[in-house]
Design a protein around this ligand. Structure first.
Ligand code: PMP
Length: 401
């Protein structure tokens, strides 16, 4: 008898488990809209040209495979903070940002969660309802208590701004407020610039600490600067804040696990101390981060020609998703005879569309139509082609009625 007899089978992951089920389906019509990964119109994975160019440069230089330091590649940490805040931002000039390379967005969030657990005992993290499914796992595993603030209003298929503000106000003073920097996952609904100002007002009033998850910089609007404006607005107020970054989507570096945690502090001295503790947390977890993705980012962002090419490729990717969004809306509007207003699809931003399909309806999408998606009704438009929009529209209309 096994010593592991007492260990029960874990349930499949609600997002990555969808890809496993997709692989097992042999139907030719099958469509994987579960995981948020960019595909070409031919529904193939895409490696950016700038990434290939950077990798060629790296090969030519014959770079070694020595360990990085615990905080990661210095050239990466420099450019990642500059990309986020803008190179001439006072927080950078005054050395008030503690930046540590992380294992993509997830690993960077996890480092921040460990920092909160260690130095803010009992402090709560407020997360949006709904949010990316892994947020709850991350804070649970780090033993950080969390609760939810209202975000999505199913009646308007929009932002419940009043609910959001009053829940942030009601949270115990000094809570961490987790915010999606842009392209909110799963709803695709972002606050307006005026709403961001009001959110910053209440966070400041209540002495909360904003904690941004930036997984889609450049991918929402096609502009790196525009997509960082929420973070920059908070930084410009002189607030202390945390920001986790990911290069999975905007550089297509999913499997390289490259990202960073940035902590903006009110002094350079505090930033140095925070950074030293982030390193102390990382050391026993994974010792030091992988180098390959960090070099790619440092090469792309550090080279003006490659940087410009990257921006063009990002606009191309964001543009393809917008075209698919439009075609899906057109197909739904033309084919649905019920008079339902589908315009919410056009109002949503980023990689996903939050369809409003419930769990039973989402099951129908998969079981009858071979469309794989998460059970919260989210579909990844990055995994959809123009050619498949009409088929998908038929599946959605059938599942709703
Ligand atoms: N945050 C959000 C909101 C996300 O959607 C994702 C990716 N799905 C991540 C973080 C992290 O992804 P990764 O660990 O690949 O950077």
């Amino acid at each position: 008898v096994s010593r592991f007899e007492g260990i029960a089978m874990a349930p499949p992951d609600p997002i990555l488990g969808v890809s496993e089920a997709f692989r097992a389906d042999t139907d030719a019509k099958k469509l994987n809209l579960g995981v948020g990964a960019y595909r070409t119109e031919e529904l193939q994975p895409y490696v950016l040209d700038v990434v290939k160019k950077a990798e060629n440069l790296m090969l030519e230089r014959g770079e070694n495979k020595e360990y990085l330091s615990i905080e990661g590649l210095a050239a990466f940490n420099k450019v990642t903070a500059e990309l986020l805040f803008g190179a001439d931002n006072p927080v950078i000039k005054q050395q008030r940002v503690a930046t540590v390379q992380g294992l993509s967005g997830t690993g960077s969030l996890r480092l921040a969660a460990a920092l909160i657990e260690r130095y803010f005992p009992g402090a709560q993290v407020l997360i949006s309802s709904p949010t990316w499914g892994n947020h709850k796992n991350i804070f649970n595993d780090a033993r950080v208590p969390w609760s939810e603030y209202r975000y999505y209003d199913p009646k308007t298929v929009g932002l419940d701004f009043e609910g959001m503000i009053s829940d942030i106000k009601a949270a115990p003073e000094g809570s961490f407020i987790l915010l999606h920097g842009c392209a909110h996952n799963p709803t695709g609904i972002d606050p307006t610039p005026e709403q961001w100002e009001k959110i910053a007002d209440v966070i400041q009033e209540k002495n909360h600490i904003p904690f941004f998850d930036v997984a889609y910089q450049g991918f929402a609007s096609g502009s790196l600067d525009a997509d960082a404006s929420s973070v920059r607005l908070f930084a410009a107020r002189g607030m202390e804040l945390l920001i986790a970054q990911s290069y999975s989507k905007n550089l297509g570096l999913y499997a390289e696990r490259i990202g960073a945690i940035n902590v903006v502090c009110s002094s350079a001295d505090a930033a140095a101390r925070v950074k030293s503790q982030l390193k102390r947390i990382a050391r026993p977890m994974y010792s030091n981060p992988p180098v390959h993705g960090a070099r790619i980012v440092a090469n792309v962002v550090g080279d003006p020609a490659l940087f410009n090419e990257w921006k063009e490729e990002m606009e191309m990717m964001a543009g393809r998703i917008k075209n698919v969004r439009q075609k899906l809306f057109d197909s739904l509007s033309a084919r649905d005879k019920s008079g339902k207003d589908w315009s919410f699809i056009l109002k949503q931003i980023g990689m996903f569309s939050f369809t409003g399909l419930n769990k039973t309806q989402s099951d129908n999408m998969t079981n009858k139509w071979h469309v794989y998606m998460t059970k919260d009704g989210r579909i990844s438009l990055a995994g959809l082609s123009l050619a498949k929009c009409e088929y998908l529209a038929d599946a959605i209309i059938d599942s709703f009625h």
